[in-house]
Design a protein around this ligand. Structure first.
Ligand SMILES: CC(C)(COP(=O)(O)OP(=O)(O)OC[C@H]1O[C@@H](n2cnc3c(N)ncnc32)[C@H](O)[C@@H]1OP(=O)(O)O)[C@@H](O)C(=O)NCCC(=O)NCCS
Length: 204
């Protein structure tokens, strides 16, 4: 099974707005992609899977990350993976390719807000050396939950770059052209991860 990671194009925005609702469920308020239509100072990556359906191939967007860049600071505005395709490294891949892109354009710091209760996302950010730097009280319009401010410092340092490239090698991420990447994922891994996540959801 192959996953393509490529920069967002204007023609993706409608599908992305639908995916945002699916990803955030009851926590969904406003689409970041709707607002983004008007601006040019943002970047985004999507993950696309090619699925065979009754003999025809269909391309489906299964994850996204949207970021903006202010001077040497890179901010992750929104990020998510289709619930049906979680726990197969799509989120990690999107984070890695966007970090690489941000370093390419001169960022030194990456920062974001995450719900205090969102341990899954916090685990992913910690894996990529983000640390909690503060709290934004009542940050989310829905349920007024606090946000943790998580930051990765010196992402352009040799040490961090070495770490990123080690992760890329481990994941067999393949660079193609024009900032696009391919990720080959063994079907057995997908099936196994899906069984584990269904089991966790039911009994965890
Ligand atoms: C957070 C999210 C993007 C992770 O995407 P994903 O593709 O499922 O994650 P991955 O398979 O790439 O996992 C990468 C790492 O994330 C962490 N993680 C992800 N899901 C986890 C879970 N259910 N339990 C514990 N850790 C989890 C782990 O550290 C994992 O590394 P590991 O495989 O070495 O344990 C996804 O759960 C999601 O879309 N959540 C809803 C939206 C959201 O929370 N967005 C972030 C807003 S700040």
């Amino acid at each position: 099974m192959k996953i393509l990671l490529r920069p967002v194009q204007i023609s993706d925005l409608f599908a992305l707005q639908l995916l945002e609702k699916k990803v955030f469920g009851e926590n969904f308020s406003n689409s970041v992609f709707e607002v983004s239509k008007k601006t040019e100072d943002w970047l985004g990556y999507i993950a696309i899977i090619k699925i065979k359906f009754f003999g025809f191939y269909k391309h489906k967007i299964i994850g996204f990350i949207k970021m903006s860049n202010i001077l040497d600071e890179f901010h992750i505005d929104s990020f998510g993976v289709d619930p049906l395709f979680r726990r197969i490294s799509i989120g990690e891949l999107l984070l890695v390719v966007s970090l690489i892109k941000s370093i390419e354009i001169g960022s030194k710091i990456c920062t974001l807000e995450v719900r205090k209760s969102n341990f899954n996302a916090q685990n992913l950010y910690s894996k990529y050396k983000f640390q909690t730097k503060g709290i934004r009280k009542n940050y989310y319009s829905i349920n007024r939950e606090n946000a943790l401010i998580m930051t990765a410092q010196d992402i352009n340092s040799d040490e961090y770059l070495r770490f990123l490239f080690k992760q890329i090698k481990k994941m067999n991420l393949e660079y193609t052209t024009q900032s696009c990447y391919y990720y080959k994922i063994p079907s057995a891994t997908v099936i196994l991860r899906r069984i584990i996540s269904l089991f966790n959801n039911r009994f965890g």
